[in-house]
Design a protein around this ligand. Structure first.
Ligand SMILES: NC(=O)c1ccc[n+]([C@@H]2O[C@H](COP(=O)([O-])OP(=O)(O)OC[C@H]3O[C@@H](n4cnc5c(N)ncnc54)[C@H](OP(=O)(O)O)[C@@H]3O)[C@@H](O)[C@H]2O)c1
Length: 243
């Protein structure tokens, strides 16, 4: 029970990594609010509350935070996890609309949630975990997703900036950088055996990741076990970034 009495918001909590985080947090005693545009297809335990919203809309973000406070009276943890991956194509072929869409969800969306939640974290000496990516640390051949790379790279440095900016309020801000994780986002790359073998080969540990691998790292960064850690960028990637 590492999170007994804590209240957490997990953006993009309806599927994939966010769902694994919400489930693990609830098992550790937290009250968890998950948010996404569409309702989750999964059954959740009674200490997970779903509040729909689009991270691109300030009003929706404010509504999620307002309802969390009305229901639980406090916020201790924000997991900035919601994200989208665009169609893979070279920079000179993407439109400004495609670029803006990815930045709006993956970067400005994290700004919207962080800005709205910070005043509540100031009261609880809470913490934030940002979900970036190995793609925010290094460029990968054939991974032509420039707006995604820009958004994830920005989140890495913003983690350090927010950690320094809010340390005086005892708010910790850390970041995980997953390698390839088996979720809806990566389905198109894992459909046939050859693609899957290539993905596995990227990871020295010899397998791709599961949502739980990331959730366990996020639990550590959100719990008192990491109470003296802030501004840390943690690859969760079976060694992919070290190759
Ligand atoms: N899977 C990987 O290999 C991998 C690797 C590195 C980093 N990551 C990062 O990990 C995070 C989670 O990825 P995942 O693989 O779990 O993805 P996923 O299975 O596709 O889930 C994405 C989540 O984000 C939500 N979301 C998307 N657009 C949204 C919007 N406009 N407003 C609110 N919620 C929105 C989705 O719900 P709705 O669509 O219903 O809104 C869903 O809950 C992302 O930030 C991703 O970039 C993933």
């Amino acid at each position: 029970m590492k999170l007994a009495g804590k209240v957490a918001i997990v953006t993009g909590g309806s599927r994939g990594i966010g769902r694994a985080v919400a489930t693990l947090f609830a098992q550790h005693g937290a009250q968890v609010v998950i948010t996404s545009r569409n309702k989750s297809e999964f059954e959740y335990s009674k200490n997970i509350l779903e509040i729909s919203g689009d991270i691109r809309k300030t009003k929706d973000v404010e509504n999620v935070v307002k309802k969390t406070i009305e229901t639980f009276g406090r916020i201790d943890i924000l997991i900035n996890n919601a994200g989208i991956l665009p169609k893979i194509k070279p920079l000179h072929e993407i439109s400004e609309e495609e670029w803006n869409e990815v930045i709006d969800v993956n970067l400005t969306g994290q700004f919207r949630f962080t800005k709205t939640v910070i005043p509540h974290l100031m009261k609880t000496s809470g913490c934030i975990v940002n979900v970036s990516s190995d793609a925010g640390l290094k460029s990968f051949e054939n991974f032509e997703a420039d707006a995604y790379t820009a958004s994830k790279g920005a989140l890495v440095l913003l983690t350090k900036a927010w950690a320094v900016e809010y340390a005086k309020y005892k708010i910790r801000v850390n970041c995980v950088c997953p390698g390839i994780i088996e979720t809806d986002m990566t389905k198109p790359w894992l459909e046939n055996d050859a693609d899957r073998a290539m993905a596995v080969a990227e990871h020295p540990i010899g397998r791709i990741g599961m949502p739980d691998d990331v959730a366990k790292a996020i639990l550590y960064l959100a719990s008192e076990d990491s109470s003296w850690i802030t501004g840390a960028i943690l690859p969760v990637d079976g060694g992919a970034i070290t190759k």
